[in-house]
Design a protein around this ligand. Structure first.
Ligand SMILES: [Cu+2]
Length: 345
């Protein structure tokens, strides 16, 4: 397999050729709205010579300009690999829209306050103790947070590989697991240890138990998650030491790994990151939890082979290379000495 991460052409998330403004796309509309607000604040600051407002205005304009530039250059969000990535982006955009609406509202209040004349005696009337105001600014954000918490539940249930209709993430069931491939990912300061069950062999009877009991017959790989286009990949996420967070940006997937727990998740993609010319587009694995001094070294790569056949070729190559070694990597994947070991989330 001619993989060449060094020359990987990373595709742009935004088709930037002949940039056209699309008001329905939050990444185009929101920075422009924010820039407009910043301009209004700057005008007010200019009119009233209030230095603090000028600073806020310039700062906001700079952030908005940078955001617009990033969207324009495809730095907004990476390529979507997971078939749930669209849903996750939808949730992200929903939160962005809410934030923008409230940003505009609060800026309008700010501008209104700036336009007020000084009251008699030069002192403003305090709002401390105003129960109506306190109720408003407590109940509205509270209700919105509850809404956001509930709105993401079905997507998270699907990420866990449960039925499409499930509202709440529940426990893992082997019988209903649609997985084609089983991989244990163990976070360890400072690398990812992947262990593959041979998909052409018998499925482990209890994958949760299998995840915590490495066998020499399994295929052990460091920092590389391989699968094939169309495969449903059951991940069993574990850690041997501290909390790590397994983050796959293209899959819009991020899950903490907690000591003593085996946490199942399901990935599925209809894409491959192997280009027709055999080069590989870079799909990174990162640790999203500050886990120690060398946290930054916890980088890996995802390789989605174009078909099952090429995946099996890769797996068998790794397997034969591994059997030549005296001691397999299994020793590094020992279950932690914790009474909760093997329990799932
Ligand atoms: Cu880490």
């Amino acid at each position: 397999m001619p993989l060449d991460p060094g020359n990987s052409p990373v595709p742009k998330a935004t088709e930037s050729a002949g940039f056209a403004l699309d008001w329905s796309a939050p990444e185009h509309a929101l920075p422009l709205i924010i820039t407009g607000m910043a301009f209004v604040i700057w005008l007010c600051a200019f009119r009233f010579r209030k230095a603090w407002a000028a600073i806020v205005g310039i700062n906001t304009a700079a952030v908005a300009a940078y955001t617009a530039w990033s969207a324009r250059n495809g730095h907004w969000l990476p390529e979507k690999a997971n078939d749930l990535a669209g849903e996750v982006d939808g949730l992200f955009n929903m939160v962005m829209v809410l934030i923008t609406v409230f940003f505009i509202l609060t800026q309008c209040v700010l501008i209104y306050a700036m336009l007020q004349k000084s009251p008699e005696g030069g002192r403003a009337k305090p709002v401390h103790g105003n129960h109506t105001l306190e109720l408003v600014w407590t109940l509205i954000p509270g209700a919105l947070l509850v809404y956001i918490a509930i709105a993401q539940l079905p997507t998270w249930a699907k990420m866990k590989g449960q039925n499409a209709g499930a509202l709440l993430p529940s426990g893992y069931e082997v019988a209903s697991d649609p997985a084609d491939l089983l991989v244990t990912v163990t976070g360890k300061q400072w690398e990812w240890r992947m262990r593959y069950a041979d998909p052409s062999g018998n499925k482990p009877e209890d994958p949760i138990q299998w995840a915590s009991t490495p066998a020499t017959a399994d295929v052990h790989v460091v920092n590389e998650l391989h699968a094939w286009k169309g495969a449903k990949v059951r991940l069993m996420l574990r850690t041997t030491d501290v909390i790590h967070s397994f983050f796959l940006p293209q899959f819009r997937f991020k899950q903490d790994m907690l000591p003593g727990k085996t946490i199942p998740a399901l990935l599925h993609t209809d894409k491959t990151n192997i280009n027709p010319d055999g080069t590989e587009r870079s799909w990174e694995i990162a640790c999203a939890e500050l886990c120690g001094g060398n946290h930054y070294r916890m980088r890996g790569r995802v390789v989605i082979h174009p078909d099952r056949e090429s995946f099996m070729t890769w797996l068998n190559e790794r397997k034969s290379g591994q059997s030549a070694r005296k001691e397999p990597l299994a020793s590094a994947d020992k279950p932690p000495a914790n009474p909760m070991a093997g329990k799932q989330e």
